[in-house]
Design a protein around this ligand. Sequence first.
Ligand SMILES: Nc1ncnc2c1ncn2[C@@H]1O[C@H](COP(=O)(O)OP(=O)(O)OP(=O)(O)O)[C@@H](O)[C@H]1O
Ligand SMILES: [Mg+2]
Length: 505
Amino acid sequence: MAPNARPEHPPPAVVLRGLAKRFPGVAAVSDVDLEIQPGAVHVFAGENGAGKSTLMKLIAQIEPPSAGRIEVDGAAVHYQGPGQARRLGIAMVHQEFALAPDLSVAENLSIGQEPGRFGWISRGAERRAADALLRTVGLDVHPGQRVGRLSTAEQQRVELAKALAVDAGVLILDEPTASLTEQQARELFAIIRTLTARGIAVLYISHRLDEIFEIGDTVTVMRDGSVVATKPVADLDENRLVGLMVGRDVANLYPRTFREPGAVRLSVRGLSRGTAVRDASFDVRAGEVVGLAGLVGAGRTELARAVFGAEPPHAGTVTLDGTELRIRGPADAIAAGIGYLTESRKTDGLALQLGLDKNVTLARLPMRAGLIDLGAERRTAERERDRLRIRVPRVGRPVQLLSGGNQQKVVLARWLETGADVLFFDEPGRGMDVGAKSEMFQQVDALAADGRAIVLISSYLPELLNMCDRILVMRAGRIVGEVARADFSEERIVALATGAKDGHE
Ligand SMILES: Nc1ncnc2c1ncn2[C@@H]1O[C@H](COP(=O)(O)OP(=O)(O)OP(=O)(O)O)[C@@H](O)[C@H]1O
Ligand SMILES: [Mg+2]
């Protein structure tokens, strides 16, 4: 599309006029007018449920609009279904990945590539094309690998490669860095910059202020389905952006109150599972928030899963309040008082057909004998809805109809309601808007103040640095260092995580 000599003011890649999308009972997108420039990154920000993903699905021809029009490269688009996006040169990487877990990486990349047109797709050619795409996104896996066996970060790159397989003029990324480390995010930004240099328009949904300022050229803030403002990123600072996004003051993003920790509650000794977790030993005291830092693949999630019994350890002990536990599976861990908010929310046992009310009390039911009190269930759900600001018109609405961030809040609400003594939070802020994150961390602080023991896994260092009493750093399955709050520094943790300083291993 982009001519060699670009005119001073190139025509917009996408124009939206009066665009609207209504779902039963919800105006997800209302009356949006926008122009998207080629060769630039246009960020979309705003609270969970503001309508960002829905707007992108309209542009990507995944949903038909209820009203208004979309022009791509100057021509009005008439909705004909998702297949049309490819013809228009629009590709989208979704918030919830749409990969087929049982197919290989190469097969996933070729889905939607006009199958049958040449009778069959040559496996060799498919592999070679896949190789080239994977190199572009910096993914070092065998194209024959099953996608279901890849980490979330790797799956995200497969999604990106899949989008790039379309010769797109418009690339939509819905929270692409949610599962990436800082380093991986920087690599993604490098890829994005090469794409915009080629004239591609990148539409980028993000909740992360730091990356909005790093990669964004223009930012559109949405609230309640409408555009609140569209501004050059250079004209904004963090405070103004947060104000636009949340529409109220967020006094403190990390509301942690530190106090002297109590007795040891969780004690882990010599925990091992294959090469994923090797001889891990650590304690967490009452009232403590202990961070787990490390690169993706360092073993943080695997360590949490081993303690929780999701992947039972091959060796080692887990002791809670002085009693050694016998954990053969998650049910044992939950019964003993250990909770685990996983990083992959979709598989975290949300009953998608049921509402917030049922989901919030599900995890608790096995622990309570007797009748289910429906009134209490509704009151519990309403309390969680209010304290976490879950955007839902009524607590019985099926959670699959909620926005991605609001689904995550439902999972969080459920764990908050279990009353667990030890809680592992795995990337809990992922996908939450800044206001919601602040509220979530306030709950984490309240749990600690209540004498619980908290383990916080995050790839976003500012979260760990602001919220934790201590940070354990993992590399290659081992805990390679511990940093006390007084010694916190980003450099120190990165050095430990990458092995830059203490060169052994
Ligand atoms: N298929 C659907 N059916 C009914 N309602 C829907 C559907 N998809 C989205 N909604 C509703 O539309 C509104 C906007 O949702 P959307 O997913 O666009 O929000 P978002 O800005 O992407 O939020 P998040 O930051 O949490 O991802 C929400 O109230 C959501 O519940
Ligand atoms: Mg969304």
